[in-house]
Design a protein around this ligand. Structure first.
Ligand code: EPU
Length: 420
């Protein structure tokens, strides 16, 4: 068993560079299945979700090389073999194989997606879109089979999503780029990762308009060519390091940040009184004192990201006053609360809301990462706390934070990954 061990309370200062966006790259890699030639991605983060996707692509017959954050994939030899449970279940984003395999072959048999336990995570809207485009859905054991009749092409259609969903918006784009005719997605999600995927697909020759707005139009094309693409910076990793810098830093510069992707998060920090200097592609966070407790309510982009409410929580715990956190995307994304309570936090979950009391001193403890962002919250809390913190279940953290131990050590943290 591996764990992260932190001796907290050390002065953290210096510079940390943000890697490419996890939630972009986990869609960009399956998107390459649709290409008729080699695609190169630059700025690919060193995270285990990427390793899993590379394994899956290789099992299907793609030629892959991955070195120094550059990933080159030749998808021409890909066979449409059934992709069983196992590896597929190791990550949530494996649902993007549905859209890309359907788009390329007119059929897909893929295990059900896994991922962090944040409460119910249905994929009904993904399936609704595929069905509207002419696919039928059936279940084969722990796999799902999607197919058009006689492996025909999908056809364009008009889709309205009742709920704003990142995954179903991207999956519909993937299925639609090579479909017959025009697909229109209404009430589409507007996250920057959606623009990134649309940019890659358009550079491959797709005709996608409106990504980043709530109406996306896709005109199907016959062929897609190879290209080279730079993955956007990870706004959630950036937010995590900004929260850490405000909670435990004595002057930390976070580089490779796109401020426009973090406006609602930065606005909340400003409301708390966090002092920051915003540069063109970097943010400098000063040592803080006298922060004010605030309440957080998550919302689809450009609202406050659900993925940042847990990493921000340790900072809230040292602010003055009381506040609440309501996650409107994943109501049950609260598994970090009992772990932080073990470290001395004064907080509870009531009626789907987290209620916290600030001005807390955290102390080191043995805690468990229950999901990726909960894990990030525990790492920050461990760095702030007096004494030793041991975090288990760290596979969740390594799924989404590139080189986290190396990056934190460079800031002066006493943190190590220990094999038990
Ligand atoms: N939803 C449905 N039906 C669907 C799809 C979604 O009801 O068919 C609901 C969900 O239950 C949720 C809401 O719609 O309440 C939004 O879900 P969305 O589809 O946007 O989430 P997702 O695509 O499964 C991605 C990220 C998550 C991030 C959410 C919200 C990836 C691989 N995952 O998930 O990232 O929290 O969008 O922004 O891109 C993380 O990085 O830690 C993470 C969990």
């Amino acid at each position: 068993m591996r764990k992260i061990v932190i001796n907290g309370g050390k002065a953290l200062r210096g510079e940390v560079a943000v890697s490419g966006a996890k939630n972009s790259v986990v869609a960009l890699i399956p998107a390459i299945i649709l290409s008729d030639d080699i695609v190169i991605l630059d700025g690919v983060p060193a995270i285990s979700d990427v390793d899993s996707l590379i394994d899956i692509m290789e099992i299907m017959g793609a030629k892959v090389s991955y070195q120094d954050e550059t990933l080159e994939i030749d998808p021409r030899g890909i066979q449409n073999i059934p992709m069983p449970y196992g590896k597929i279940n190791s990550l949530r984003a494996s649902y993007y194989f549905y859209g890309s395999l359907l788009g390329r072959f007119g059929e897909a048999t893929v295990g059900l997606p896994g991922g962090c336990d944040l409460g119910p995570r249905p994929i009904d809207l993904h399936l609704k879109a595929f069905e509207a485009m002419g696919a039928t859905v059936s279940y084969e054991g722990e796999s799902m089979r999607l197919a058009t009749s006689d492996g025909e092409k999908l056809h364009g259609t008009h889709i309205y999503f009742d709920t704003v969903t990142v995954g179903a918006t991207i999956n519909t784009m993937l299925a639609a780029v090579k479909a017959k005719g025009r697909t229109v997605i209404e009430n589409a999600a507007r996250e920057p990762e959606i623009i990134d995927v649309a940019t890659l697909l358009n550079n491959m020759g797709a005709h996608i308009r409106g990504a980043g707005t709530d109406i996306i139009t896709i005109e199907g094309v016959e062929q897609l060519k190879g290209t080279r693409h730079q993955v956007i910076p990870d706004r959630i990793e950036a937010g995590t390091y900004i929260a850490l810098a405000a909670a435990a830093g004595e002057g930390i510069k976070i580089t490779n940040v796109l401020y426009e992707h973090l406006e609602s998060f930065i606005a909340k920090l400003e409301e708390m009184g966090v002092r920051m200097t915003i540069e063109e592609d970097a943010i400098f966070v000063e040592k803080q004192e006298n922060l004010k407790a605030v309440s957080i309510k998550t919302a689809p982009y450009p609202g406050f990201a659900t993925d940042l409410q847990q990493p921000l929580t340790p900072l809230l715990l040292i602010a003055n006053g009381r506040g609440t956190i309501s996650d409107t995307i994943y109501e049950k994304r609260v598994n970090h609360v009992p772990e932080l309570v073990r470290m001395g936090a004064d907080m509870s979950v009531l009626g789907g809301r987290v209620i916290y009391q600030g001005s807390t001193s955290l102390t080191g403890a043995q805690v468990k990462a229950t999901d990726l962002r909960a894990g990030a919250a525990l790492v920050i809390a461990g760095l702030m706390a007096e004494g030793r913190t041991e975090i288990t279940n760290i596979e969740f953290i390594l799924r989404g934070y590139s080189n986290i131990i190396t990056k934190l050590r460079a800031l002066g943290a006493d943190i190590s990954l220990v094999e038990d």
